[in-house]
Design a protein around this ligand. Structure first.
Ligand code: CA
Length: 226
C-alpha cells in the first residue's frame, strides 16, 4: 500500500469514479469533490498529497481553484482538461499547476503521471530538507552552509521564489509577476540584470557552486548543488 491521499476534483461522476477506482487499485487513498467552491477550504483542513483538478467545474473553474490553492500550499497539482486550447493557460506557470492531462485519457496513463509527480515532489522536498538553506525575510539575508549574503529586496524576492521550488523553470514574466505585484511594466532585461547581480553576490559571498541556471529561451531555475 502506498497510502498517499489524492484529491479528485471532478463533477462528472463517471469519470471521477473511474479515476478513483484506478488510483485505489494502485494503493492510493482518494477523496472526491464535485464543486470548485469547496476545494480551498477542504485542502486547508485536510492533509493531501496530490490534487487532480478538472477545469470545467460548477461553482468555480479549476484554473481559479488552482491559483487559490497555490496561495497557501505547494501540494502537487495535475490539471484535467477537455480543451486542447486551454493547455497554454495551464502551462502558464503563474497558475502553479505541475502537470496536465487531456481528456479523454487512459486511466493507466493518469496513474503513471500521478506516481511520477509524487516522486518529483518527494525529491524536491528532500533536497529542501537536506540543505540548510535559510532565508531571513526581515534582513533580506540568505544563510547557507555557514555563510551569509545580504541582498536587495528584489534580489531576495527572486531568490525566494526560485529556491522555493528547486528545478522548476520560471519565465521572466513569471518572475516579474511575482516580484512586482502592482503590475508595473518591467522589461525582461531588468530581470536579467537583477539575476546577474544576484548570481554575482551568491558566488562571491555564499557558494562557488551554481545555484541559478538560465534555461535557454525560457527563463531561470534554481537547483541546490548536488
Ligand atoms: Ca468537469
Amino acid at each position: 500500500m502506498r497510502g498517499e491521499t489524492i484529491l479528485i476534483v471532478e463533477d462528472e461522476v463517471k469519470i471521477a469514479n473511474i479515476i478513483q477506482e484506478y488510483l485505489e487499485d494502485s494503493g492510493f487513498k482518494t477523496v472526491c469533490i464535485e464543486n470548485g467552491l469547496d476545494v480551498s477550504d477542504w485542502v486547508q483542513q485536510h492533509p493531501v498529497d496530490l490534487i487532480l483538478l478538472d477545469i470545467m467545474l460548477p461553482g468555480k473553474d479549476g484554473l481559479q481553484v488552482c491559483k487559490e490553492v497555490r496561495a497557501f500550499s505547494q501540494v502537487p497539482i495535475i490539471m484535467l482538461t477537455a480543451k486542447v486550447e486551454e493547455i497554454d493557460r495551464i502551462l502558464g506557470l503563474e497558475l502553479g499547476a505541475d502537470d496536465y492531462i487531456c481528456k479523454p485519457f487512459s486511466p493507466r496513463e493518469l496513474v503513471a503521471r500521478v506516481k511520477a509527480l509524487l516522486r518529483r515532489s518527494a525529491l524536491r522536498m528532500e533536497s529542501q530538507k537536506v540543505e540548510d538553506w535559510q532565508m531571513d525575510e526581515e534582513r533580506y539575508q540568505v544563510r547557507y552552509q555557514g555563510k551569509t549574503v545580504s541582498l536587495s529586496m528584489v534580489e531576495f524576492a527572486i531568490l525566494k521564489l526560485l529556491s522555493a521550488s528547486p528545478g522548476r523553470i520560471y519565465s521572466r514574466s513569471n518572475l516579474i509577476g511575482s516580484i512586482y505585484p502592482d503590475n508595473r511594466v518591467v522589461s525582461d532585461r531588468t530581470v536579467d540584470s537583477h539575476i546577474k547581480k544576484l548570481r554575482h553576490k551568491l558566488a562571491e559571498e555564499l557558494t562557488q557552486k551554481e545555484l541559478i541556471y538560465s534555461v535557454y529561451g525560457v527563463g531561470y531555475k534554481f537547483e541546490f548543488p548536488a
